[in-house]
Write a protein that binds this ligand. Structure first.
Ligand SMILES: Nc1ncnc2c1ncn2[C@@H]1O[C@H](COP(=O)(O)OP(=O)(O)OP(=O)(O)O)[C@@H](O)[C@H]1O
Ligand SMILES: [Mg+2]
Length: 483
C-alpha cells in the first residue's frame, strides 16, 4: 500500500470537518474522492499533505509514518498537491513558475542551472505547455493555467498526486485531454487521488471511488457500486436529471440586452470580434464555447470592465458608461473569479449585495437567498475565505441575487458545485423564469446544464459567434463541436 491514513480527525472551531476517515491508495491506483460541498474533501487532502495540523489519526507513506510532518518534508517523501484554485506567480513566466517548483526547498541554490531548465522544459512538454513557456500566467487561457498547476505538481516527482478539482471550468474536450494526462502519469508509476464534481469525468478515470459526507467516509468501493449507493445518491448525486431542453424555446418576449458589433482588442489580437446577440426578457440565454473563446471578455465588455467598440443596450437604452451605474440599473455580473470579500463573514458579503434595499425588501431577499442555499444560513458568521470551494460559489451567486438584478450575468454558474446543489439551482432558475422577474445570461462549460435551461444558445469560437439559435436545434446542428 502506498498511502495508508487511519482514523483522521480535523476540527475547525465548532465544526468537525473530517471525522474518523480511513483512506488507502495502492501503487498505480487512481482513487476518486467525491462528496457534497463542504463534506471535507479538500480538508482531507490538506491533512495528508501536512497543510493543516491533524487533530487525530495517522498517515503513512509506504513504511514511513509521516504524521505531523511539515508540508515540505511530506513533499520530499513523494506526495504533492494540485490546489482547487490556480495560484501562479504572476510576475514570473510559465517556465519560471515550474523552475521555482523544481528548486530544492533550501532556496540556497537560487540559480537556474541548465539541467534544471531542461527538466522544467520537459515537464512543460509533458503537459503540452511548451508553446507558452515564456508567457506570463496572466496571458494563459483557463485550461492552460490548470495545466501549469499540474506541471508544478509534477515538479516534485511525486509518487502520489493529490488533485483537487482539476476538471472545474474545463470543457468536455478539455476534461478528456486532462484525463489522458492523468492516465499517462499513472502509467509512469504514480498514484492519484482525484477530487472533482464532474462525476462522469471521475467515473471514466478512476479505479476506485470513496465518498464523504459531513466529514465522514460513507462509501469506498468500485465506482459503479459507489454511484449506485443509496446514501451517495441522496446526499450527493441528487436526481442526476439531465432533463429535456426547456419547452419554451420559441423566443417571443422583448429584448432585454442587445449587443451589436461588440469588439475587444488586446494589442493586435481581437478577443471579441463583432459579436452581435440579443437576450430576451424573462429568458435564459447561454453562451458556450471552449476556454479562451471570449465568453468572460464578452461579459466584461457588456459591463464596461474592458474597453470595447460596438453598442450595448439594456432595456431599450444605451447601457450606462461605468460599472457601478450599470449595476444600479439592474445588470449584475457574477464574475468567474467570484471576488468575495474574504475577511468578511458570509452575512456581511450578502449585506453588501443588498445594501441599497429598504429593510423589508432586504429581509425578504435574505430569506430567499438563504432558502436557496441553506448552507449560507448555517454559516452566517464564517469568514468567506475559509468556506469550501462550492460554498464560496453559492455565496457569490447569493450576493449577486441580493442586488435584485433585472439581468444577471453569471460566468460559470455550475463551477465547483455538487450535483445536488445543481438540482437546487435548476429549480430556482425555473421558478425565476416562470415569475418572469429575472433574465439570465450564463456562460457555461457544462453544456448539459445550458441545454436544460437556456431558451437560446450562442456558440463562441475565437471571439466570434459561429452559431446562434433556439436550444432545441443546438445538439443536432453544432453538438458535435462541444459535446
Ligand atoms: N479554516 C476554517 N475555519 C472554519 N471552517 C472551515 C475552515 N476550513 C474549512 N472549513 C469548513 O470545513 C468544511 C469542509 O471544507 P472542505 O473545503 O474540506 O470541503 P470540500 O468537501 O472540499 O467542499 P467543496 O466540494 O465545496 O470544495 C466546510 O464546511 C468549510 O466551510
Ligand atoms: Mg474542496
Amino acid at each position: 500500500m502506498l498511502l495508508k491514513a487511519t482514523d483522521l480527525h480535523k476540527r475547525f472551531g465548532g465544526l468537525q470537518a473530517v471525522s474518523g476517515v480511513d483512506l488507502t491508495v495502492g501503487e498505480r491506483e487512481i482513487v476518486g474522492l467525491i462528496g457534497p460541498n463542504g463534506s471535507g474533501k479538500s480538508t482531507l487532502l490538506s491533512l495528508l499533505m501536512g497543510i493543516h495540523r491533524i487533530d487525530g489519526g495517522t498517515v503513512r507513506i509506504g513504511d514511513t509514518d509521516i504524521t505531523g510532518w511539515p508540508p515540505h518534508r511530506i513533499a520530499r517523501s513523494g506526495m504533492s498537491m494540485m490546489f482547487q484554485h490556480s495560484r501562479p506567480l504572476l510576475q514570473q513566466t510559465v517556465l519560471e513558475n515550474v523552475l521555482l517548483a523544481l528548486l530544492p526547498d533550501s532556496m540556497l541554490n537560487f540559480r537556474f542551472s541548465e539541467t534544471l531548465r531542461g527538466r522544467a522544459r520537459a515537464i512543460l512538454g509533458q503537459v503540452h505547455l511548451t508553446d507558452v513557456a515564456d508567457r506570463l500566467p496572466g496571458e494563459l487561457a483557463f485550461a492552460d493555467l490548470r495545466r501549469l498547476e499540474l506541471a508544478k505538481t509534477l515538479a516534485a516527482q511525486p509518487r502520489l498526486m493529490l488533485l483537487d478539482e482539476p476538471f472545474a471550468g474545463l470543457s468536455a474536450t478539455e476534461v478528456r485531454e486532462f484525463s489522458t494526462l492523468i492516465r499517462t502519469m499513472r502509467d509512469e508509476g504514480r498514484s492519484v487521488i482525484l477530487v472533482d464534481h464532474n462525476v462522469k469525468g471521475v467515473h471514466a478515470l478512476v479505479d476506485r471511488m470513496v465518498a464523504m459526507s459531513s466529514g465522514a467516509k460513507i462509501a469506498d468501493d468500485r465506482p459503479d457500486r459507489v454511484l449506485a449507493d443509496e446514501q451517495v445518491r441522496r446526499v450527493y448525486l441528487g436526481s442526476g436529471a439531465t432533463g429535456a431542453a426547456v419547452a419554451a424555446s420559441q423566443t417571443s418576449s422583448a429584448p432585454i440586452l442587445e449587443v451589436a458589433d461588440l469588439t475587444v482588442r488586446y494589442g493586435k489580437a481581437s478577443a471579441l470580434d463583432k459579436v452581435s446577440l440579443t437576450a430576451r426578457q424573462g429568458e435564459v440565454t447561454a453562451i458556450v464555447g471552449l476556454n479562451g473563446a471570449g465568453k468572460s471578455t464578452l461579459f466584461h465588455a457588456v459591463c464596461r470592465l474592458v474597453r470595447s467598440t460596438g453598442t450595448v443596450s439594456f432595456d431599450g437604452h444605451a447601457i450606462a458608461d461605468n460599472t457601478a451605474q450599470i449595476a444600479r440599473s439592474g445588470v449584475v455580473l457574477c464574475p468567474e473569479k467570484r471576488e468575495l470579500f474574504g475577511d468578511m463573514t458570509v452575512f456581511e458579503n450578502l449585506r453588501i449585495g443588498g445594501s441599497h434595499l429598504p429593510t423589508a425588501d432586504f429581509r425578504q431577499r435574505i430569506d430567499f437567498v438563504e432558502t436557496l442555499f441553506p448552507r449560507l444560513a448555517e454559516r452566517r458568521k464564517q469568514n468567506a475565505r475559509t468556506l469550501s470551494g462550492g460554498e464560496q460559489q453559492q455565496l457569490a451567486i447569493g450576493r449577486a441575487l441580493m442586488m435584485k438584478p433585472k439581468l444577471l450575468l453569471i460566468d460559470e454558474p455550475t463551477l465547483g458545485l455538487a450535483p445536488v446543489v445543481l438540482d437546487l439551482i435548476s429549480e430556482t432558475i425555473e421558478k425565476l423564469r416562470t415569475s418572469g422577474e429575472l433574465s439570465l445570461f450564463i456562460a457555461e462549460q457544462n453544456i448539459t446544464f445550458a441545454l436544460r435551461h437556456a431558451n437560446s444558445i450562442h456558440l463562441l469560437e475565437q471571439g466570434q459567434i459561429v452559431w446562434s439559435g433556439p436550444t432545441h436545434r443546438f445538439v443536432d446542428e453544432v453538438g458535435h463541436k462541444v459535446l
